[in-house]
Ligand binder design. Structure first.
Ligand SMILES: [Cu+2]
Length: 293
């Protein structure tokens, strides 16, 4: 079974406007009356200019329209949507983060700890640290060494390791996938550390939509995951592993992902979406070895 390349993102954009050549009049009426003719010369010139402009701009628009018709099917399959921010730059991810949720962490609650000390978020989400006791910082880096990626109270001059007191609120939005360790500069030695795990944004499961099940096993020691689903409504489905489309396959309810990795302590999170849409299944995580969850 041949599957589409995972990252077949076409970047065709739609024409800025739809030209309707048939509806454009290309005649600039010339009257036979000499007086009227003189009076109308300026208007005629303007008219012809308008016609020439229209012709110049119509040609690329028409071909754009044609090109668009050709790529429509591909676009639908690949779900190629160009998302840009207010500055016209490509957005963090072509896949909407969906939520931009806020995750709360209490700083110094019941001791020299962050509660919770691990948060799992997606790109575009924000962590909000709230101080519930005095003299703590949130400083990125590990172990106990400031790396300056982010810090309380305002992400500036991180090396200073500024301590803040009860009531302080510090927010940081994570725009890149990764694992971000941080600590309190005053109490790192006492174990006051935390981690923010930032995953790529994945489409949101639709309640009552696609139901996914996953079963992990080893084939000659290699990690292999059998997926099965129902409730998908399109001809093809996109298979996501850890937020990335790994295959687009016919919607026949089953797919086996031969990951090829050996060894333990690995986990893979799957979901399945109607191809090119955000109509997605629940997420299922499959583990191979590793410590208890
Ligand atoms: Cu502290």
């Amino acid at each position: 079974m041949k599957s589409e390349p995972a990252n077949d993102k076409t970047t065709t954009s739609r024409p800025a406007f739809e030209a309707r050549p048939g509806k454009l009049s290309t005649s600039c009426a010339v009257t036979s009356n000499p007086d009227a003719k003189r009076l109308n010369t300026g208007a005629q010139r303007t008219c012809w200019l308008a016609v020439m402009f229209a012709m110049v701009f119509l040609s690329p628009a028409q071909s754009g329209e044609r090109r668009n018709a050709v790529t429509t099917q591909k676009e639908r399959a690949a779900g190629a949507i160009h998302i840009v921010d207010q500055n016209g730059r490509p957005a963090v991810s072509g896949v909407p983060s969906g939520s931009g949720q806020i995750f709360d962490v209490a700083v110094g609650q019941g001791g020299f700890v962050f509660v919770p000390d691990t948060v799992n978020i997606s790109v575009g989400d924000t962590v909000r640290w709230t101080w519930v006791s005095n003299s703590h910082s949130v400083s990125s880096g590990t172990p106990c060494t400031i790396d300056g990626q982010f810090c309380s109270p305002n992400d500036t001059n991180c090396e200073a390791g500024v301590l803040s007191n009860t009531g302080t609120i510090y927010l940081h939005t994570f725009a890149q996938v990764g694992t971000y360790s941080y600590f309190c500069v005053a109490h790192c030695g006492l174990g006051m550390t935390g981690v923010v795990n930032v995953a790529s944004a994945t489409p949101t499961p639709t309640p009552g939509g696609i139901m996914l099940r996953a079963h992990g096993h080893r084939v000659e020691g290699r990690h292999t995951v059998d997926l099965s689903w129902n409730g998908a409504s399109s001809a093809n489905v996109d298979i996501y592993r850890d937020g990335v489309v790994i295959a687009t396959v016919p919607n026949n309810g089953a797919y086996t992902d031969f990951i090829g990795v050996r060894g333990g302590n690995a986990r893979y999170t799957y979901n399945v979406c109607d191809a090119g849409t955000q109509n997605c299944s629940n997420q299922v995580t499959v583990r191979f070895g590793g410590p208890p969850l």
